[in-house]
Design a protein around this ligand. Structure first.
Ligand code: SAH
Length: 212
């Protein structure tokens, strides 16, 4: 029997080093075609980023796998995601964590993502339309934080919203490509950082977006 497009994508992720079985299962159970604009439906199962509404992008599956694996999410964790976008990454986090708190600065993207999650019966996601620049202080501290838009520099305000031993992953840099960084909070309130490689993300932009 010939390989399906999903099987081919999952094999490609494993060949690139995504080995965490729970992450692979969460991705295999999340239909990416639900999150991709109609125009690009035939590219849903390719390992590439795809344009979505509002000039944003749905991340490349490999990068979603890499970031999710680096977070080492456990079933009891509360996770903060900044940049809901299509909601694809959110859906994967929701299958691994207890609760996902997600923030998006485009109201229309947030509402579309919410509809998709309802269709998939994902019910542990809490949404906020707003500016994620300063995290979500009312819900802090978090076990994990994922930023899916490029941070200009060290995110000290967000790191303050992590629990001790908490992990935060996100792209950092001011250019068209950035470094994907993994921060771990130490018990004394400091943190270590590790460089996971070069990535290309849309920038984190302060304030909510005006639409229509
Ligand atoms: N993980 C998403 C990727 C979305 S791209 C997916 O898989 O589809 C990054 C998203 O971050 C965009 O939707 C953008 O609008 C949002 N964003 C950028 N700056 C933001 C901010 N300050 N607060 C909240 N969301 C922001």
């Amino acid at each position: 029997m010939s390989e399906t497009r999903l099987e081919r994508l999952m094999r490609s992720l494993q060949e690139q080093g995504i080995s965490d079985k729970k992450v692979l299962a969460a991705m295999a159970h999340t239909p990416r075609d639900l999150f991709v604009p109609e125009l690009f439906l035939d590219r849903s199962w390719e390992d590439s980023a795809i344009p979505i509404n509002c000039g944003q992008t749905i991340s490349q599956p490999y990068i979603v796998g890499l970031m999710t694996q680096a977070l080492k999410i456990e079933g009891r964790h509360r996770v903060l995601e900044i940049g809901t976008g299509s909601g694809y990454q959110t859906a994967i986090l929701s299958r691994l964590a207890r609760y996902v708190y997600t923030i998006e600065r485009y109201r229309s993207l947030m509402l579309e993502a919410e509809i998709r999650h309802k269709r998939l019966m994902l019910e542990n996601i809490i949404y906020r339309f707003g500016d994620g620049w300063d995290g979500w202080p009312e819900q802090a501290p978090f076990d994990r934080i994922l930023v899916t838009a490029a941070l200009p520099d060290e995110p000290l305000g967000l790191l303050a919203q992590l629990k001790p031993k908490g992990v935060m992953v996100g792209p950092q840099g001011k250019g068209s490509t950035q470094r994907l960084l993994r921060y771990v909070k130490t018990p004394d309130g400091g943190y270590t950082s590790e460089d996971l490689g070069e990535v290309r993300f849309v920038p984190l932009i302060a304030g909510v977006a005006k639409e229509g």
